[in-house]
Design a binder for this molecule. Sequence first.
Ligand code: IFM
Length: 442
Amino acid sequence: MSDDPFPPGFVWGAATASYQIEGAVGADGRGESIWDRFAHTPGRVADGDTGDVACDHYHRYREDVALMADLGLDAYRFSVAWPRIVPDGTGSVNAAGLDFYDRLVDELCARGIAPHATLYHWDLPQALEDAGGWPARATAEAFARYADVVARRIGDRTATLATINEPWCPSYLGYRVGVHAPGRTEPAASLAAAHHLLVAHGLAMQAIRAAAPGTPAGIVLNFEPKRPATTHPLDLEAAIVEHDQFNRWFLDPVTGLDYPEAGARAWGWRREEVLPGDMALAAAPIDFLGVNYYTSRTVRSPLLPPLDDAGAPTERTSQGWEVHPEGLTEALELVWSRTGDVSLYVTENGAAYDAADDDRTRDPERVSYLRRHVEAARTAIGRGVPLKGFFVWSLFDNFEWHEGYAHRFGIVDVDFETQERRVRDSGRYWASLAAAQRAAAA
Ligand code: IFM
């Protein structure tokens, strides 16, 4: 591995999201979110887990920021819970909710940690879902108002503001496959949701520009390079369709291109919800694009007999996700091909591994995973990618959506009985990497 320093000013951070860590779901006027409803519906989340308490970060944010300072993080990426700010999605603004993020941002700034806020990391107010959810255009309009409120309050102190995190997940997993909230399995609604998430992004960009003109604003997308299983033309075709539907579906419109053709054709999409002006809205100029990367996927055409890959020597995390560090370089180069000089961040990268019974802070696999992905990011920079920072997912073990608390992503171990936090070896690795890189750049 190379010892070359990353570019001066490169940001080393850690990321979390509101519903995954905050808990305090009934505190201070917060409204119900689709994840509250979903998690409390029997059979939806493994072991009946919910985010009711999670890491109790809402009450412990001061200690948590102190821990970030101990780790020497340059930056912290968090998300704002929409139902804390506008509890029913469209009605009055909840001052106590805004106050919480105001205090959090102040605490971070006081400790010299740059706050990077995301406005939507999937906790839609339930009242908006009851009115149609993301398949309804009105949800995008409600989001713009919420973006304005948040940007006005904290945008003066945030290092960046991202509109939406991984729109593929709420649209595809939430409305097509139904494993995420709101648990709907409606293909047409899923495509409408995907489009309205981009409309919401565009409207929110306008709101942020007006309310916090000096704050870099952008969006966060997830990427998963697709490899055809064989050179059979049907495998090649299947990989292209998945690449379009996953990697290009949001990236292309955000960067001024149309929805990718092969993916749209395979979905039989009729574009009925695309109104004049929408594509220009989706392509609002951005200051940065966040890249979330975890894994790559080998694609086999459903028209060919399945391949028996049992026993293949593929390295996987405890969730079964393939470990493929080169895929991060590929994802960054793909994005760069569309974004040019726009700043990129790795806004999420990390892995779930089971904690050892004897010592929950020993996590050699996670250290190795992170080291190799940091190298992959370095390779991308060497090829010219304007990468400005790297946020590990996640600062804490947390609520991993429909998989509950079974999978641990934290560089800090959380005991969910006692709320004790203990820094793992990966946390120490991240701290020493950040410190060494800062020293080298000084
Ligand atoms: O936990 C999630 C996060 O909320 C979004 N990106 C992927 C992570 C791991 O699954």
